[in-house]
Design a protein around this ligand. Structure first.
Ligand code: ATP
Ligand code: MG
Length: 445
């Protein structure tokens, strides 16, 4: 590791009066977890984005807890919990307002596993709590590598992500100079960037994500290390890359992150569909960001399907321009040709693939004004209709498709909604939301 990071085992401790984090800003679930661990005699720290974002005056996405209690001991303290993970077992404590992830201090700098629900083969059942009641060796025979708080801080990716908030005295513990970097708006790799990026290439994407999301500057060495290690991103597990991609698309700043990916040469490597979308990509992602920032939940199928819209709008434009009836089998073939090569690389689930294909196909129906009320009724009741409608809204708002039939469909849908409300005695009828197959998308760290 480089010498420019203070690695003294004695950390800088910032007492409560000298920082801005208040318990009121921490979710009740995370507080319960911290207090129960602490009252049971363990160290209990908040860590990661929760601490970083609170110090920056932002709302954290989630709260992660780290402790010296072992997974089995944590599990014993929380009935509403389960142990997950293959190599590194973590405990998920379930609350009504979300999951609090509790990890035991670790020494290993190894990359995290694919997040929950994004395993290579998606075999959630293997992760059933009963299989891990005993904190013995992991299923692959490896001993979990637990460590000290200092080791745990040093194995993290960036200094601003390695700050601990200590529930026992409300202080912040900083082993890596993160507080100073945070105040100066600097993103600094813990250790030597080349080594850390080689160890886990996904950290390169994370660096760009934080640069954009936090508006931080990359410290010297990061750009060069990305330059040298860029292609290694292709060695990362597809599940982790797909997760990064989807998280980026739903970050609310996807335009900025994808632009950074393009600038640093990642877009072609990990999302060539989007790289080929050209200028239209920025407009489409701009709409997605606007929706996300208005708290509209955009399903994974829509996020991933967006990359196909420019090419598909072109195909559709040609089909419509040819006049007469659209040739459905030919359109389905064109969709398969467009989407199929991406399925494995983007880790698209069977269900999302179905939604994307049907959504794109149904877009062809939405390109002509609705004929009869029955047609509207039939389509709206399909599981994939919200996806098709989102594609249509996206393509129209981004200027890829003309607005005319869209406006007619919007009116027809409003009429349908009103009709359904009358029939249902006041119960508003909305298209069924798409089913979520992948539960609790969270990174494992
Ligand atoms: P977000 O706001 O996106 O949740 P976060 O910093 O909390 O940001 P997570 O992916 O939730 O990011 O991870 C939690 C913490 O785990 C990080 O802050 C960091 O300390 C550590 N971490 C995550 N991924 C890695 C990695 N690839 N290498 C090293 N440490 C990591
Ligand atoms: Mg987090």
């Amino acid at each position: 590791m480089s010498t420019d990071i203070p690695q003294a085992v004695v950390p800088r401790v910032i007492p409560r009066p000298e920082h801005t984090i208040s318990r009121r800003q921490i979710s009740s679930g995370a507080l319960k977890v911290l207090y129960r661990l602490s009252h049971a005699g363990y160290l209990a720290y908040l860590v990661g984005g929760g601490v970083r974002d609170l110090l920056l005056g932002k709302t954290p996405k989630d709260f992660d807890v780290v402790t010296n209690a072992r997974p089995r001991e944590i599990r014993r303290l929380f009935r509403n919990s389960r142990i997950i993970g293959r190599r590194f077992r973590l405990v998920h404590v379930m609350f009504q307002d979300g999951i609090v992830e509790v990890a035991t201090f670790r020494a290993s700098p190894e990359p995290p596993e694919a997040p929950d629900g994004w395993e290579e083969n998606g075999d959630e059942d293997e992760l059933a709590p009963a299989a891990f009641e005993d904190a013995g060796p992991a299923p692959n025979g490896e001993e979990p590598v637990f460590g000290t708080p200092a080791e745990d801080a040093l194995r993290r990716d960036f200094t601003v992500n390695a700050l601990f908030y200590n529930i026992s005295d409300f202080s912040i513990i900083d082993y890596v100079g993160g507080i100073e970097d945070l105040h100066n708006g600097l993103l600094r790799v813990i250790g030597e960037p080349q080594t850390r990026f080689h160890e886990d290439p996904v950290r390169m994407l994370r660096a760009l994500e934080y640069m954009v999301r936090l508006g931080f500057e990359l410290t010297p060495g990061i750009e060069e290390a990305i330059e040298a290690n860029r292609r290694e991103i292709l060695t990362a597990a597809p599940a982790r890359l797909a997760y990064e991609l989807v998280e980026t698309l739903r970050s609310g700043v996807s335009v900025g992150i994808c632009e950074a990916w393009r600038r640093f040469g990642f877009l072609d490597l990990i999302f060539p569909e989007a790289a080929h979308a050209g200028r239209a990509l920025g407009s489409l992602l701009g709409v997605i960001d606007r929706w996300t920032n208005q708290d509209r939940k955009v399903p994974t199928s829509v996020l991933l399907g967006t990359a196909f819209l420019p090419a598909y709008a072109h195909i559709l434009g040609q089909a419509v321009a040819a006049g007469g009836k659209i040739n459905n089998p030919a359109l389905l073939d064109a969709i398969a040709e467009l989407v199929n090569p991406s399925v494995l690389r983007l880790h698209i689930s069977h269900h999302d693939l179905f939604l994307i294909r049907q959504g794109l196909f149904t877009l062809s129906k939405l390109r002509k004004a609705p004929e009869r009320g029955r047609q509207v009724q039939r389509l709206v009741r399909q599981e994939y209709f919200p996806v098709a409608w989102a594609f249509d809204c996206l393509a129209v708002e981004a200027g890829l498709l003309p607005a005319a039939p869209h406006a007619a469909w919007r009116r027809a849908l409003e009429r349908f909604e009103e009709g359904a409300t009358d029939q249902d005695g006041g119960r508003p009828h909305t298209p069924r939301p798409s089913r979520r197959r992948r539960p609790g998308r969270r990174r494992r760290t």
